[in-house]
Design a protein around this ligand. Sequence first.
Ligand SMILES: Cc1cc2nc3c(=O)[nH]c(=O)nc-3n(C[C@H](O)[C@H](O)[C@H](O)COP(=O)(O)OP(=O)(O)OC[C@H]3O[C@@H](n4cnc5c(N)ncnc54)[C@H](O)[C@@H]3O)c2cc1C
Length: 496
Amino acid sequence: MRAGNEQMSDLEATALIEELTAAVGADAVSVSVEDRAYYGTDRCKGGWTVDARAVVRPADVEGVQRVVRICAARGIAIVPSGGRTGLTGAATASRGEVVLSLERMRRILNVDVEARTIRCDPGATVEDVQRAAASEGLMYPVDFAAKGTAHIGGSIATNAGGVRVLRYGSTRAWVRELKVVLASGEVVKTGGALVKDNTGYELRQLFIGSEGTLGIIVEATLALCVPPLGTVVALTALEDGASIGALFRRMQDSGLHLSAFECFDQGCVRRVCDHRGDAQAPGPFAQPAPHHVLIEVEVPPILRASHEGAQARIEAVLDDLAICLADAQEAGELLDAVVATTPRQTQELWAWREDISESLHVATPHKADVSVPVSEVVRFMEAWRDAVHAALPTIPAVCFGHVGDGNLHLNLLCPEGMDHGVFLSCAKSFDAEMYALVESFAGSISAEHGVGLLKRAHLHHTKSPGEIALMREIKRSIDPGGIMNPGKIFEMKIPV
Ligand SMILES: Cc1cc2nc3c(=O)[nH]c(=O)nc-3n(C[C@H](O)[C@H](O)[C@H](O)COP(=O)(O)OP(=O)(O)OC[C@H]3O[C@@H](n4cnc5c(N)ncnc54)[C@H](O)[C@@H]3O)c2cc1C
């Protein structure tokens, strides 16, 4: 077997490209510097070398199989590539791998209204799937800001979460069936339409969240649900972390169907205003507040809803939410609150939350996506802020997240005037302390973005040595040559 680029002779490299070209066509293979750089990385700028040997974009399952067989025979590693919106470097080719992009396989194959399922190619975007479901009066509830670019295949390979996990769970909960091309080039189908199936190991779940290290997802069947009649959204301003916890408990106890409870701090608001070119704007409220929580409540579907009937239901939930927030204000939990009364206002309120990732991305922050038990979110958030302040007093730290899932996105930002390289090494030097803090709260070093290259050195804070050893064994038995995205999740030598 073969190692990285440097160990392949020019003759062998030419032969590989010729074989790939014969397998999938010249227009589907590229060795241009631009394509190798573009397809060889994802949204995580972790400072790794980008060194893709070639980019291959097969148009169908058979094409994927041919590429895998060629690479397996030559011992060349493969990086499956989706929308490359990943935030852990999992889609990065840094050691002469072939990047296999699924972007040409993006058909919606079937929406089965009766079974409430959708079958699609891996390169369909999450938004394509949401739209196709909506056109049949159904809903695919996994939702996150990168949905327009992230592929279904990538979202399954990372078990994407997003803003409605609180009500609907992560991608894992919605995958019914997968077709996967294994390292041998064979296709395995796992899962199906059955609600109950107690026949041994649940292989489908093994591929979900495996970050391309066990095989290439080439088709997915996903469950759909009936959408709510509507949603009601409010944005609130709060003084401190304790109020966030109190408000969350109040909303849970209210009997309202909470579908999102998203927090963000004043630092996030400032970045969003900057990004919108309106740095002087006060933010969502006239008086800036230390913390904000966006609340979304669903209006459950009803049988044979007339337009008037539906509207009346929505207004009733709107009233209930307003009463709940008024009670919270009276109890001193809120500084201010606004409830959206039009679709446009709803969008505007959501935009404060959804624009955060993009606005922080501009400053190439050092990010962490962690989770702790829900009851510990507020205490953890405060402990993290104190720890950053003590260790890195000049580095701004901002935080947002899905309080209802115990999931926080922690961001260290490069101060103005500081060299970015210096900033990164400062920020990274804090990782060990931060992940130890996560461990002390019995948390996870990765709530929803995965491990990739970014977090593999910290995996031991969440997984025991026994679990890591078992994961390695599973990898070895499904991919004995180690050609599927090696080195992601845990260190593994590229095949030699
Ligand atoms: C603005 C922004 C907001 C985000 N918000 C969220 C969020 O709220 N929640 C969340 O969970 N994530 C979020 N993410 C992260 C990212 O969007 C998700 O991880 C997404 O699921 C990745 O999908 P992708 O197609 O871009 O995958 P890629 O980045 O291309 O790949 C991710 C991993 O999947 C593997 N892979 C890709 N396709 C396949 C396939 N067909 N078969 C096997 N393996 C494959 C790759 O090798 C890699 O290991 C966000 C990202 C951005 C940029």
